[in-house]
Structure formats: structure tokens, C-alpha cells
Write a protein that binds this ligand. Structure first.
Ligand code: URA
Length: 210
């Protein structure tokens, strides 16, 4: 069974993404927009989290309120570009736990190789949200999720800014149980592994390294 794909069509998200895509957008603006967009992505992705009743007292009367059920979420950033999404998400999910997965691409085999893996110890019973701005070949996403599954989270959701059909197919084939949230599925991947039209190199644009 194919995993669920949610294309997030919220007008604020679409508007901010379009500005981020423009080549003349500065590093400063790109980072600011990424921060704002990530907050909105967190809002959309958490829409179906389960709630539980909580008895409270307002200054006026007792009532039954709703609070999030279960253990704290874990946000898992794929280094380095995932970090840019993390900051915005954490500003509306301040109690979330955080994991990091570092992968580099072997220059000969082009396969992702793990160089860093650190997630909370008690992952079972926690929902994990893996973040990486670009779902391009899908190889890093697949490798990161394969590693994460060793830690046995309750569920895994993948969130990006821009996907392409090749990346979506690769992710779904390898991990049909993972739900994908993306504001855009672009046209295609080019022969250098960039999404077309995409937004360029997300890491370089957010960190100003090129
Ligand atoms: N990584 C990026 O940063 N951009 C792409 O278009 C593809 C992969």
C-alpha cells in the first residue's frame, strides 16, 4: 500500500514558498520565510494528533479541556538542511524532542552513508516527524527513515518544502507506511539531482554558503 501524500495548499504556505523559490531572494529573507513556513507546516502536520480530556478550572468555573495525548513528539532533522525547518517547528512545538541524522553521499556509489545518529532513547510510543527541505532523489529520506526505524518510533511522518515525482515514488516504495506532507510536488529531477523548478540548493540558500 502506498503511503499517504498530503499536498498542503494553505495560501500562506504557497505564498511564502513562491518568494523563497525566487533566485533574487536574499539569504536573510530566505531564512526568515523558512522559519515562518516551518511554523505553518508544523501546524498542518499536527492537525490529526490525538487529544485527551483534562479536568481544569478557569477563573469562572471547572471544565473539561483538551490536551495532546501521549508522549512528546520527536522532530528528526536530516543534516544539514533539515536544521532550517527545525527552528520554526520548535517555536510552536516547544516541548518536542529532537533527533539528528547525518548522511553524506559516497562519491563513488552515490549511496547515502551514515555519519551521525542521535535520537531520544525512548522512541517507542513516540511519533516522529522527519524534516528535510527537498525530497529530490529520495535516497537520503529513505536511508534516514531506515535508520530511524531501528529506534522503533510509533509512527513516522516526512515533511519537506518541495518534492518531485521521483522522490515521492522512491519514498513510497521503500517506506509505504510513512506519510508525506509537502506544499509542492514539482515537475522533475534534473541530471544533477536538483528539483526542477525547485528552489536551488536549500542548504546553500539558508546558510549563505554559495
Ligand atoms: N537538494 C537541494 O537542496 N535542492 C534540490 O533541488 C535537490 C536536492
Amino acid at each position: 500500500m502506498d503511503g499517504k501524500v498530503h499536498v498542503i495548499d494553505h495560501p500562506l504556505i504557497q505564498h511564502k514558498l513562491t518568494i523563497m523559490r525566487q533566485k533574487e531572494t536574499s539569504t536573510r529573507s530566505f531564512r526568515q520565510l523558512l522559519n515562518e513556513l516551518s511554523m505553518l507546516l508544523a501546524y498542518e502536520v499536527t492537525r490529526e494528533l490525538p487529544l485527551t480530556d483534562k479536568e481544569i478550572e478557569t477563573p469562572v468555573a471547572p471544565m473539561t479541556g483538551k490536551v495532546l495525548d501521549g508522549k512528546k513528539l520527536v522532530l528528526v532533522s536530516i543534516l544539514r538542511a533539515g536544521t532550517g525547518i527545525l527552528d520554526g517547528m520548535l517555536s510552536i512545538l516547544p516541548a518536542a524532542r529532537v533527533g539528528h541524522i547525518g548522511l553524506y553521499r559516497d562519491p563513488e556509489t552515490f549511496q547515502p552513508v551514515e555519519y551521525y545518529y542521535k535520537v531520544p532513547e525512548d522512541m517507542s510510543n513516540r511519533d516522529a516527524i522527519v524534516v528535510d527541505p527537498m525530497l529530490a532523489t529520495g535516497n537520503s529520506a529513505v536511508a534516514a527513515i531506515t535508520l530511524l526505524k531501528r529506534s522503533n518510533p510509533k509512527s513516522i511522518t516526512f515533511v519537506c518544502l518541495v518534492a518531485c515525482p521521483e522522490g515521492v515514488a522512491t519514498l513510497q516504495n521503500a517506506h509505504p507506511d510513512v506519510t508525506l506532507y509537502t506544499p509542492a510536488i514539482d515537475e522533475r529531477l534534473n541530471d544533477k539531482g536538483y528539483i526542477v523548478p525547485g528552489l536551488g540548493d536549500a542548504g546553500d540558500r539558508m546558510f549563505g554558503t554559495k
